[in-house]
Ligand binder design. Structure first.
Ligand code: NDP
Length: 399
């Protein structure tokens, strides 16, 4: 039995609100709060099974958050606003004595830099307060981290090579659109690539390394090596890993648009002066691009995201591939949003269920691979994201 406060009424917030409401036997009281209350009210009006309270809050402002948390007394705050708000929300959780869960690690506004150090620094304070902070509980990070923990627990004595492969095999029928917040998405993709090998991080130019990978149910897709935040915690928690990489698919069309956007300065994160007004180019771009929440209606195809791992079991070489495919249309029929919001919101809800049922316990700040993967993966499949695995097969050409 838990009181859940969701912050952020975007694509992911919509899915979390709807999935949390479907589990109202566990989540007895639900509040959705965001910068724009009318967006919360609209989502709440679409939920029939249970009444959802709504509120306006500026999540950049700790004292506003503390006032809301102190008055409403959530057991768990689910942060699906933007990565910029992670630290203010964590700070407010400590002050108001609430537990915390998010899906993306903190990022300063003035630098596209992803590292857990800022949030890991809160460990002792959460521990002393007897509170729990669950970091990165979306799909990637999130499910990919739990997939890795599941592989380590059941299929390997030592994991040596990890490739996280993220394919969006869908088509939204727009010339260019991003699948989640455009500002966060473009900042992520235009930064330098990075992977881990033999105890060191190796940096690449953006999209420098790429190859064709085959995805079950989708087929071959050009896949680009990029840095993704779960690599940092996974190499720390699984020190036998010799190499860890992250791959994401992009179409030629997408990359051409991105190149133009960068070349003409529209991906800039520094404010510029326009007619006496300060604007940030990438934030202006967000305002003119399609809203990721509106892509669902025409979205066809599937996402296919998983982990390909090589290592040793009982003295023998082992290969292992674990993945989920999610249909954009099925996600839209259930929640009114496309598959990328769905594959983020369902794991966040599943993590909240682990917390509320006492299946994930502890005081401090945790990445999701530090918990027992079994109850999470069992619940994830029930909540709408079934997964598949293959052992000792040719993981590259497995269809
Ligand atoms: P959206 O931009 O659609 O939604 C963000 C929401 O947060 C909006 O409702 C916005 O309000 C609200 N918000 C922004 N700033 C504030 C603030 N200062 N105070 C209160 N509310 C605020 O983003 P998405 O739903 O696509 O993404 C949500 C999160 O999920 C992001 O952190 C993203 O990085 C993460 N994500 C994680 C993935 C994973 O697999 N781990 C995959 C995809 C996304 P307003 O409506 O007023 O703009």
């Amino acid at each position: 039995m838990a009181r859940i406060l969701i912050i952020g009424a975007g694509g992911v917030g919509t899915v979390v609100a709807k999935k949390v409401a479907q589990n109202h036997d566990v989540f007895t009281n639900i509040m959705l709060a965001s910068r724009t209350k009318s967006k919360c009210d609209k989502i709440a009006s679409e939920i029939k099974e249970v009444k959802i309270e709504t509120a306006q809050v500026d999540a950049d402002n700790v004292s506003e958050l503390v006032a809301l948390f102190t008055q409403w007394k959530p057991d768990l705050v689910i942060n699906v606003a933007l990565p910029y708000q992670d630290l203010t929300i964590m700070e407010a959780c400590l002050e108001a004595k609430c537990n915390y869960l998010d899906t993306a690690n903190y990022e300063p506004r003035d630098e596209a830099k992803y590292q857990y150090s800022w949030q890991w620094a809160y460990h002792d304070r959460f521990k002393e307060a007897g509170l729990m902070a669950i970091l990165g509980c979306g799909f990637d990070p999130g499910v990919t981290s739990v997939f890795t923990a599941y592989a380590a627990k059941h299929h390997f004595d030592e994991m040596h090579y990890l490739d996280i492969v993220d394919c969006n095999g869908g088509d939204h029928h727009k010339a260019f659109a991003t699948n989640f917040n455009p500002e966060i998405n473009i900042r992520e993709i235009t930064q330098k690539g990075k992977y881990y090998q033999d105890g060191e991080w190796h940096e690449t130019e953006p999209q420098e390394i790429h190859k064709t990978l085959h995805y079950p149910g989708v087929g071959p897709r050009e896949s680009y090596l990029l840095y993704h935040e779960e690599l940092e915690s996974l190499v720390k928690n699984y020190p036998t890993l010799r190499r860890a990489r992250f791959w994401m698919t992009f179409s030629e069309e997408y990359l051409t648009h991105l190149r133009v956007i960068q070349n003409i300065g529209m991906a800039g994160i520094e404010p510029i002066n326009y007619n006496g007004m300060e604007i940030v180019p990438i934030q202006f771009l967000k305002a003119v691009l399609p809203n990721p929440q509106d892509l669902g209606h025409d979205y066809t195809g599937e996402t296919s995201i998983g982990c390909r791992i090589r290592g040793i079991k009982d003295g023998k070489e082992r290969t292992y591939y674990i993945w989920n495919n999610c249909s954009h249309q099925a996600a839209y029929r259930e929640t009114g949003t496309q598959g990328v919001s769905y594959t983020t919101g369902v794991p966040a809800t599943t993590g909240a269920l682990m917390f509320a049922k006492g299946l994930w316990k502890g005081a401090g700040v945790f990445n999701v691979e530090e918990f027992d993967p079994d109850p999470f993966l069992e619940e994830l499949a029930k909540q709408g994201l079934p997964w598949h695995e293959t052992i000792d097969a040719d993981i590259e050409f497995e269809k």
